[in-house]
Design a protein around this ligand. Structure first.
Ligand SMILES: CC(C)(COP(=O)(O)OP(=O)(O)OC[C@H]1O[C@@H](n2cnc3c(N)ncnc32)[C@H](O)[C@@H]1OP(=O)(O)O)[C@@H](O)C(=O)NCCC(=O)NCCS
Length: 414
């Protein structure tokens, strides 16, 4: 029996959801409430399935996303999600079939990159994706931090207020937009994202315990930080509180807001352990504690993966701190970005064109994805054998061209 892959029809959406849940090892049968809630978040034209004898056995969905690149501009990204192949149909090339067809469509549409959060490291390199951002989650032993337990709020005139989910739906998008304007790796959020994350839209398969929301206000009353967290309820013997605060979101637009919000959540009575949520690996957090060794790395891993589709558009969209010229030979197994490109950069901007000049460096498009937001080292790629240098010193130039002082960070799972 041949397996058909195509966009999903309205009547097939419940079966498609069942297949998604099967791939992610979740209870498979979606309730009517689940179907209705999930349907509001999908564009069926970009929701693909593979069908075997009428039953959905593979799923794949995309949506339009804006990705912040170095310098603060955004590029259109083909965001990929809900990728599953049922265990009965694995390793027969279904993912490859769906991915190959979709990336060609995304390139045709004019998307500069494709993006995803990879469940397992080895899956997506073969399709030209590279890890572009990394994340760290810390677990902090609060009594050990050395923070002053008498902390009673900011002393610079700022203040911290608890707010309600409805306030977050108003304040959150504005704060996030300002964060996205200068944090490479940030991806756009929809209004629906805020509704789901604050409980206004309930998705049964993603049950949400109501969270606490705190905002930081400057002395002038401007909101410049938002913290979302929840706490468990755990007491040891002899009535000893041993509670963990789990942070799910922390947007701080400046170091004062960041320091105040961490100080706040680290000094809540009864809370003895803090889990930071996914932070940039160079976050201020552990270093702003008097004893940073109170923080242990709970998770450190690659996070946002990028696949460059349009080399010229992608490389011209970001900024560069140096003046340099490089000729890059890009290999791409899917042929979407292959070619030789001359990249001229300066603090004034970048110019990228196809060229027949001899190449300074040869790399696969997946290495370009890893270098793009400034988080990978060209010199390290040479040592790893994944970037080939044809002109002496070219890798050192590439190191200065691509690398950024502050690491990119993607706060969102999608
Ligand atoms: C990951 C998944 C979608 C792969 O689907 P699939 O149809 O089996 O993949 P394909 O048959 O097209 O595999 C293509 C290649 O990738 C490799 N591959 C696929 N999944 C892999 C994995 N998890 N780890 C390592 N290699 C993998 C295959 O071995 C194959 O290699 P080859 O070309 O050298 O033979 C599927 O295993 C799955 O649903 N896993 C559970 C859910 C999940 O992790 N989804 C991804 C969310 S980001």
């Amino acid at each position: 029996m041949t397996i058909e892959s195509r966009a999903v029809m309205e009547s097939e959406f419940p079966d498609w959801l069942r297949a998604v849940a099967t791939g992610f090892l979740q209870p498979p049968t979606p309730s009517a409430e689940e179907i209705a809630a999930r349907r509001t978040g999908v564009d069926l034209a970009r929701t693909l399935g593979a069908f075997d004898d009428g039953r959905c056995v593979a799923t794949y969905r995309t949506f339009a996303q804006r990705l912040t690149v170095v310098g603060g501009a955004t590029v259109p990204s083909n965001a990929i999600t809900n990728v599953t192949v049922s265990p009965t149909h694995r390793r027969r090339g279904l993912l490859s079939r769906l991915m190959t067809a979709d990336l060609a469509v995304a390139k045709e549409r004019g998307d500069a990159v494709a993006s995803l959060i990879s469940a397992e490291y080895p899956i997506y390199g073969r399709y030209g994706f590279g890890p572009a951002t990394w994340m760290t989650e810390w677990e902090i032993d609060l009594p050990r931090t050395g923070l002053d337990r008498r902390w009673a709020g900011p002393t610079d005139g700022g203040r911290i207020d608890l707010v309600d989910p409805a306030d977050v739906r108003v304040l959150g998008p504005q704060l996030h937009e300002r964060l996205a304007a200068d944090r490479p790796g940030t991806v756009s959020r929809t209004e629906r994202w805020w509704q789901v994350s604050t409980g206004a839209l309930k998705v049964p398969s993603q049950p949400l315990k109501e969270q606490f929301y705190a905002v930081h206000r400057t002395a002038e009353g401007q909101v410049d930080g938002l913290l979302a967290y929840q706490c468990d309820d755990h007491w040891g013997r002899a009535k000893q509180p041993q509670n963990t605060a789990q942070v799910s979101e922390m947007i701080a637009l400046n170091p004062a807001a960041e320091r105040a919000l961490w100080n706040y959540v680290c000094s809540i009575d009864w809370v003895t352990t803090l889990r930071s949520g996914h932070r940039a690996p160079d976050d201020l957090l552990p270093r702003l504690l008097p004893d940073p060794r109170a923080a242990k790395v709970h998770t450190h891993a690659d996070f946002l993966w990028l696949r460059v589709l349009d080399v010229v558009r992608a490389l011209e969209a970001r900024t560069y701190d140096v003046s340099a010229t490089l000729v890059l030979e890009i290999h791409d197994g899917l042929g979407l970005a292959s070619g030789r490109y001359r990249l001229e950069v300066s603090e004034q901007g970048a110019h990228c064109t196809r060229t027949t000049d001899s190449a300074d460096l040869t790399l696969d498009v997946r290495e370009l994805g890893a270098l793009y937001l400034g988080d990978e080292s060209a010199l390290r790629l040479v040592e790893l054998g994944t970037l080939e240098e044809h002109r002496e010193g070219a890798a050192r130039v590439a190191e200065r061209v691509f690398r950024t002082p502050k690491r990119p960070w993607c706060p969102d799972v999608f």
